[in-house]
Design a protein around this ligand. Structure first.
Ligand code: UTP
Length: 311
């Protein structure tokens, strides 16, 4: 049974500077809730009620967000703002949140290893990376947990990427078709393959259901790319032993850890909202020509600058 979701949030978020100098990137709001809240809501929807955040210095706002805030509750109660009060309270009751510190950012594999004490060596657990946002009502993680419970194997989420240049930015799997539709059996993984040398078009994204047997493997995994302990390297060792199940994503996914993905997530999530969607889309339709002009001008300025820099 999968009881715990491990959510590593100890990274520096350098792709989002300067916004992330003092504010953790997980706390940047998408519409009206911090990105991490969508992740924790996804955990709760999958039936997991225990979350372990792997945190670092400067990240305490994340824990605060899922804790009670009694002064705010009292102020909302005194003003009779019952809806907001209920929402704030519900947030603290979604799941039980624990935290462990990763003293140095030594890689995602190292961050996952920090969870060994809380999870236990014999238990299976989920890992969710906050950058990858699925639909706000996604049940994909629940399907991954079900696949793990059916097979006892590690399960990882995959996404098809057609563009070889883009594929080269991901971990990519070598796999054969699995027993069920949308399922593959992974026998190897390659981190950021050279364009044209990827073993498939299936990229690893930030959802995993892992057996406790990953912990001893992580302990003996040598630092890889960038001197960091890579989760991909440990998964490779697991896959050599017995194939890992890959579940291919069949819904949109946004990489909210980079600027464009953050913007597309904001638009896509806002468009679903009855209080915002119709007005937002009407505004976009009305201003599309003007937006296009601005973007064309920005593109021209960028090309001129590039020519100047090259001269
Ligand atoms: P990223 O490689 O995206 O790093 O880590 P980052 O620091 O978050 O962002 P950039 O690249 O500097 O902009 C993927 C996930 O692994 C966590 C991060 O918090 C993120 O959720 N992570 C990474 C850790 O918790 N510890 C690490 O040592 C490395």
């Amino acid at each position: 049974m999968v009881r715990t979701a491990v959510v590593p949030v100890a990274g520096l978020g350098t792709r989002f500077l300067p916004a992330t100098k003092a504010v953790p990137k997980e706390m940047l709001p998408i519409v009206d809730r911090p990105a991490i809240q969508y992740i924790i809501e996804e955990v709760a929807r999958s039936g997991i009620d225990d979350v372990l955040l792997v945190t670092a210095a400067g990240k305490s706002a994340i824990e605060d967000h899922f804790d009670r805030r009694l002064d705010l509750e009292a102020a909302l109660a005194a003003k009779g703002r019952d809806a907001e009060l209920a929402e704030i309270r519900a947030l603290a009751e979604l799941v039980s949140v624990h935290a462990v510190r990763q003293p140095e950012p030594l890689g995602l594999g190292h961050a996952v290893l920090m969870a060994a004490g809380h999870v236990g060596e014999d238990a299976s657990f989920a890992v969710l990376l906050g950058d990858d946002l699925l639909e706000p009502d996604s049940t994909f993680l629940a399907r991954m947990v079900a696949a793990h419970e059916r097979t006892g194997r590690a399960v990882i989420a995959l996404m098809r990427v057609d563009d070889p240049e883009r594929l080269a930015q991901y971990g990519v799997v070598a796999a054969v078709p699995g027993e069920r539709d949308g399922e593959v059996l992974i026998h190897d993984l390659v981190e950021k393959p050279e364009p044209g040398h990827a073993p498939s078009d299936l990229a690893v994204i930030g959802r995993y259901v892992l057996p406790g047997s990953i912990f001893p493997v992580l302990r003996t995994t040598a630092p890889g790319r960038g001197g960091e302990i890579q989760l991909t390297d440990a998964l490779r060792t697991l896959a050599l032993d017995e194939p890992i199940i890959g579940l291919v994503l069949d819904e949109p996914r946004h990489d909210a850890g980079e600027k464009l993905g953050f913007l597309t997530a904001t638009l896509a999530f806002a468009a679903r909202r009855p209080d915002l969607g119709p007005d937002l889309v009407a505004w976009l339709e009305e201003h599309l020509d003007e937006l296009r002009e601005r973007a064309d001008r920005a593109g021209r300025a960028d090309r001129t600058q590039t020519q100047k820099d090259g001269a």
